[in-house]
Design a protein around this ligand. Sequence first.
Ligand code: ADP
Length: 413
Amino acid sequence: IRDSSVTGVQTCALPISGGALIVTPAIVLWVLDHTIKWSRGQSIEFGITTFFLGLVTWIVFQGGQAMTGPHYPLGFLTLSVLIWIAVRFEPRETATAILLTIGIAIWGTLRGSGPFTVSNSNESLLLLQAFMALITVTALGLSVSAREQKHTELALKELNKTLERRIQDRTSTLQSTVEQLKECDCLKNAFVGIVSHELRTPVTSIKIFAKNLFDCFDGQLNEKQQHYVSRIQYNADRLSRMLNELLDLSKIQEGVLEVHPTVLSVQEIANDLWEAFEPLAQQKSISMNMANMTHLPKVYGDRDKLYEIFANLLENAIKFTQAGGHVEIGAQVLDDLYIKVHVSDTGCGISPEHLPKIFDKFYRVTSSAVNVPGSGLGLSIAKGLAELHGGSITVESAPGQGSHFFVTLRSAA
Ligand code: ADP
């Protein structure tokens, strides 16, 4: 009784497990994945692999007893082909291949051939079921994880493509913005250059006529008239200075400023500066000191342009220092190639947030420059001129602690 009940259970288990494990996944997967399309290459590969799988399974389960006898577990040969299909194709194709393998295996075993055929037919079926379960779980599990990996790779590729496209879009937008800005900057420079050039002639006429008026009618002009004419002269001078600065700046930025370099002594330039600025410093009760620079090597540069750099710095030093303060100009040898000239003051100083911007065009620190005349162009011109000579300008300053401007110049030695 016991044997017959076991036999019944085992015999029933074959179609139930076969249905649940093999047929159902194949049907469900074909219905769910019906949208997947194969390429021609894939179709050929699947056709060949399936044929090969069928052949191997046929030989193992239908071949002569000599090859497939129970002592040779050749049934698992099919597993290697199934693994290939699971890795290369979708679960749908894998389930179909499993169906084919197991169909041939059941048929062969029922006919009494194949590696699972033993003397007891129930035992044969039990072995067959174990084989079915093993290859189905292995191949389908592998196929599902391979599919997930493929999907992840595809999603990553897609993400990369989208990112690349976005970066390209942003880069080209940025490039066109930069081009537009450059164009704007060039136009602005050209405009400033033309306007300042054109305005210089009328301003020069105003200066000449104001001077004539002042000279010719000296004595005959009453006090009020003299005051008006001197105001005209003062403002025409300011305007003329500003126009020259604008013209210089636009030439520096367009790279068309002419320089006439010669071998120069810094001491000589400093002497000229002293003559021009010492009276101004005295007027404001500022003491001015000039270090001895005769030991310095000569520099190679344009005399007027170098003078303009230091004149701008000295003018600022005097402008932004209160009465009783101190201004100094000195220099030192930096190395074989460079010398470093400094213009220092004990004035109001510059706070750290303004320091990086003071060399920008038209930038003025409102708190310190509010009652001080100026255009905000002096330092940007000085920087441009220093760079034109292969040098640089740097600054060290703190509010209430004065400022130290350093100009590095190439020595001529
Ligand atoms: P301007 O002197 O015509 O205002 P500059 O370009 O020469 O223009 O200087 C820019 C700004 O930097 C000035 O307005 C001032 O606020 C600040 N600055 C320059 N030199 C000094 C200095 N020696 N001490 C304090 N502030 C300075």
